[in-house]
Design a protein around this ligand. Structure first.
Ligand code: WTA
Length: 630
């Protein structure tokens, strides 16, 4: 695409940025990939280690249950570690970590490999086998990375539950996955306080009966309850002679499960998205390399939590597959002062910095001076993910942090996609607020209600038309729901749940969710989770949750509650309900507002009409009310 053809406000990459980039010409690559899509992915797979090569790149004979790298045998953990340990990268720093309290550590590939083997041998000694589920509930410390890699090494399926979730969310995820082992830390530091993860886990375990062993990692050191016969300190086990740092890797089929990760969907409980060793590995490896242009000199920092897909794909797997140096920070950006992140970029010489619009907006309000007192000249690329980035935040990020020399990789993707789907590369001209075009070879479209493509600049349902290697394979143990949720509205096409527009240059502008998912500070929450927490409170008869625009969080949660008969509407009860949701689901789900009402707008079939509620809060016309019952 020549410069002249692009309309609107465009930021062109400088020659410097492209000079050493893996991909210097997006259009050329796109053309090549489009000619031989499967050949492109087969080539990428070749860059990784396989115990046995695939016999077929893609098996699409049983849609929408696609299989990638059929019959291939590999192991993603082997590719993240062993593959590098056999090269000069052995001594390279794999992981740099800093705690909120200033404690820090670095680990070479050699050491990370050893630690992973030790962790894996402990899991094995607890009876964990290929295919078993292991729940991980921790803060951001090196052990969470090691625990994930250790599970993958022995073929166990990890299910990481974000440390910002609470009792009921953890309980539900343990029970649904039928995990026999829970890995938990005693606590995590956040904004100078301790989140008592082990205490929360104890409460969740009272409700969930499947867990036989709890492996406790010491981080904060406060007193915790250790249940005899169930709970064990990791550091004590590490000293036992059974622990070996030579734990053999299990050869996995490409399509063997790697992990499940719960995420909110349209209805009901959260769903376990299943990813596999082969396709997910090739997808995250390639997108990391091409979009973030990772190479050996880089120090890459993704500020997400390992408990979200962003952390899985672009803190742990994508970077380590590429042999990169990853930075992990435990705390929050504003503690003790709003310069913490900028200080860390300077201290560690971060070259690629990947964060979320909500964080940028949150830091923007403290002004430029916090960033300006640090030397951020090591940065060469920036990234954004989680929700649409408003142009104002984009420009602040570009100017104040990137000093107008670092392109911003605005990456659109989902837990389900596993890897970037719409994203630029450093050589691509950028428009603030658009992730530019789909990754080469991936065909996406925007449909109207009837499944017809809409015209340029018209809003519609964003769909994906081609399979991709890191795609979700199923909702764990629920194939029907997988079909219903993603492949039934427009049969044959993957429904993203987002609405979007496409401009005359083919750039896609994602607008937001069109289903009952709320993005709060980039975190994905389902209205159903919040509502079911509310109705489990003894004074609540019915509840509805919606997202309303919020300057920093993107969306805030607003709840409507019908109280049981005889319960008095008080300010105190509003506070109690907000705290109750926070305790049950997690602080990230705490409603901004709770409003008491006598009834909720419903369709004749009993579905809550959230759009009517939203219109009410925002003081706008609710639109067509013909399906409203009362
Ligand atoms: C939203 C996060 C606009 C979108 C990786 C998607 C985005 C949902 C972007 C998935 C972006 C993510 N621009 N919107 N760059 N990235 N989203 O599963 O609504 O937590 O459907 O995965 O986040 O959220 P999830």
């Amino acid at each position: 695409m020549s410069d002249k053809e692009i309309s609107g406000e465009v930021y062109y990459p400088s020659k410097d940025v492209i000079k050493n980039a893996h991909i210097k010409d997006w259009d050329k690559l796109n053309e090549k990939v489009s000619e031989d899509y499967l050949g492109f992915w087969a080539e990428r797979a070749k860059e990784l280690h396989w115990f046995k090569k695939h016999s077929k790149v893609l098996d699409d004979s049983n849609k929408p249950f696609f299989k990638w790298f059929v019959d291939g045998k590999t192991n993603i953990s082997y590719n993240c570690l062993d593959r590098h340990v056999n090269t000069p990268r052995k001594n390279k720093i794999a992981l740099i970590w800093e705690g909120e309290d200033g404690e820090h550590t670095t680990m070479s590939y050699f050491r990370l490999h050893k630690e992973t083997c030790k962790f894996a041998s402990i899991l094995k000694s607890l009876g964990v086998k290929k295919g078993d589920r292991v729940t991980i509930y921790m803060g951001r410390t090196p052990e969470i990375v090691i625990a994930m890699l250790a599970c993958a090494r022995i073929g166990a399926i990890h299910s990481v539950v974000y440390g910002g979730f609470s009792v009921e969310a953890l309980h539900e995820r343990i029970e649904d996955s039928q995990s026999r082992v829970l890995i938990v830390s005693d606590g995590a530091y956040q904004k100078g306080k301790i989140i008592p993860l082990k205490d929360i886990a104890d409460e969740a375990l009272q409700r969930a009966g499947t867990v036989e062993h709890v492996l406790v990692i010491k981080r904060t050191g406060q007193a915790v309850n250790m249940e005899q016969g169930r709970d064990m300190w990791y550091h004590e086990l590490m000293n036992l002679p059974i622990v070996t740092n030579n734990c053999p890797v299990v050869e996995m089929d490409s399509e063997d499960p790697l992990f499940i990760l719960y995420t909110s969907g349209t209805t009901g409980k959260s769903k376990a998205i299943l990813h596999t060793h082969g396709g997910y590995m090739v997808g995250t490896y390639t997108t990391m390399k091409y979009v973030f242009d990772i190479n050996d000199e880089d120090r890459f920092w993704c500020t997400a939590d390992p408990g979200w897909i962003t952390g899985h794909s672009y803190i742990v797997y994508g970077p380590l597959l590429n042999g990169a140096t990853v930075f992990l920070y435990e705390g929050s950006p504003t503690f003790p002062y709003p310069n913490r992140w900028w200080q860390l970029i300077e201290k560690y010489g971060i070259t690629i910095f990947y964060t979320a619009p909500t964080a940028i907006r949150g830091l923007m309000r403290f002004g430029e001076s916090w960033a300006n007192r640090h030397d951020l000249s090591s940065l060469r690329l920036l990234g954004s993910v989680g929700e649409p980035i408003n142009p104002e935040a984009w420009k602040w990020f570009y100017k104040v942090i990137g000093k107008e020399k670092c392109p911003i990789m605005d990456t659109w993707w989902q837990t389900e996609t596993g890897m970037f789907m719409i994203a630029p590369m450093p050589c691509v001209p950028l428009k603030p607020g658009s992730g530019t075009r789909p990754f080469p070879g991936i065909i996406m479209d925007i449909f109207d209600e009837a499944g017809k493509p809409v015209g340029n600049n018209q809003e519609g349902f964003l769909v994906i038309k081609t399979p991709w290697p890191a795609m979700v394979r199923e909702i764990y143990n629920d194939k029907d729901k997988y079909i219903e949720q993603y492949w039934s509205k427009f049969p044959g096409f993957y429904l993203t749940g987002d609405s979007a527009k496409r401009d005359e240059d083919g750039y896609i502008w994602v607008i937001g969710r069109v289903d009952d998912v709320i993005k709060v500070s980039g975190n994905r929450l389902g209205t159903a989770e919040i509502e079911s927490a509310l109705v489990s409170h003894h004074s609540v008869a019915e509840a509805a949750a919606i997202g309303v625009p919020h300057e920093i969080k993107g969306n805030a949660i607003y709840c409507f509650v019908i109280l049981k008969q005889g319960i008095e509407r008080t300010e105190g009860l509003i506070e109690e309900l907000r705290n109750y949701v926070s305790h049950e689901v997690g602080p990230i789900a705490k409603p901004e507002s709770v409003e008491f009402v006598d009834s909720l707008p419903k369709t004749r079939s009993g579905k809550i009409m959230r759009r009517v509620l939203k219109a009410k809060v925002m003081g706008v016309d609710p639109g067509n009310l013909s399906t409203l019952e009362e």
